[in-house]
Design a protein around this ligand. Sequence first.
Ligand code: NAD
Length: 466
Amino acid sequence: MTVTRADAHRGTVFDVVNPATGEVFAQAPQHSPADLDAAVARACTAWPAWRADAAGRRAAMIEAAAAVEHSGPELATLLTREQGKPLAESRAEIARVATRLRHFSGLTPRTELLRDGRAMRSELRWRSLGPVAAITPWNFPLQLASAKIAPAFAAGSTVVLKPSPYTPLATALLESVLGAVLPPGVFGVVTGREPLGSLLAGHPDIAHVTFTGSIATGRKVAVQAARGLKRVTLELGGNDAAIILDDADVAQIADALFWSAFRNCGQVCMAVKRVYAPDRLYDDVVAALAFRARRAIVGDGLAEATRIGPVNNVPQLERVELLVAASRAAGARVAAGGHRPDRPGYFFAPTILADVPGDAAVVTEEQFGPVLPVIRYSNLDTAVRAANATRFGLGGSVWGTDLDRAAAVADRLECGTVWINHHAELSLAQPFTGMKDSGVGVAGGEWGMYGNLRPMVVHRPESADG
Ligand code: NAD
């Protein structure tokens, strides 16, 4: 067994499992409440100098991006071993970390002159809220870490981050990599099981809690943060619908549709999680998706040929199995997959479910795994209503050849981001938010930076005798 990250830690540790083998391959420190306090204290100490030095921050973030790229191969291997995703996806995730750091190094809060008609000069300035608590899930540990730290750094905030105990190692390595170029205390990582996240969310010296994870945990985090009247940003679960219009070219969209659902083994907040297909194209859509599900190379993410890795952890694997079994019992037909392959590790064959009743749990809940239900519709209005009949509101997409018609349908979807003929591609400049229970606050782009800032207005007369 390789002991990683825990080597220098004298306290207790916990096991980290490689989901491709089901075996423990490393250990990580179980940080104590005292360790957490110390990390927050370091973030508080580092904050005044960090927020005061915009030029220094910009230079440090550019250096940080280069450091991430330099350590790319080591980070990618570790990420794949603890998360399961194919190496190509790990490399892409790390490239996005570097790109995001560079992008945000170029953003600075704007001071604005406010005019209200009086002979008064009123200036709107932005002030860093203070040290940030970041809590991340196990599906994109590094990408989501960067989605929190880059806007916080741009705003002049320092960050203490707690990754999921399923995937603590790559984030801990990121801390070492960035620690070599950032001032001490600007970025700290604490690892461990609960109640560490809960303690971090409620820590009295934290000003802003930014959380990505499930809706259920998001609610708990919001309650913790509310006790201290902290700002919260919550990026929560999704159950994105893809509506196929009757003029869609199935052969042309099938690849993009399939990978929008199965990238990262379906463990993507804004994956396509349910497909609504019209009568006319229903069989073609099911056949095209099932064909791709059967052909996709499933295996250990460390093998270069692998396109779909294992599910990350046992509870998630069991959830996927349960949802498939319940769908079958409700009358769904398994068009591809539907079982665990006979091999070690947490694998589940990419699964396409056809003839799924609209009220099956796999449709109404977030499966977050390699399973995609295809629901038949006869009337487009009914499909739009079904797509919106949920407490989720993260993303959605519409697929068809008449782009104006598709755009009009997209406009009717109740979610934070919609796409036409693709799904889940985000630009660094865009706001990222979920409607309904899928999120609170806005991350992404300069909105993400402003999420770490508070306005401060300075009024002064135009002249000394004014
Ligand atoms: P989770 O809610 O179980 O855990 C998320 C994080 O919260 C982990 O670090 C976990 O250790 C920590 N945590 C657990 N209990 C806590 C508590 N009481 N207080 C504070 N922190 C606590 O989620 P998960 O299973 O790791 O991730 C999957 C979920 O994340 C899915 O619902 C997915 O849709 C969602 N997600 C959303 C986005 C988005 O941007 N909207 C992105 C990725 C994942």
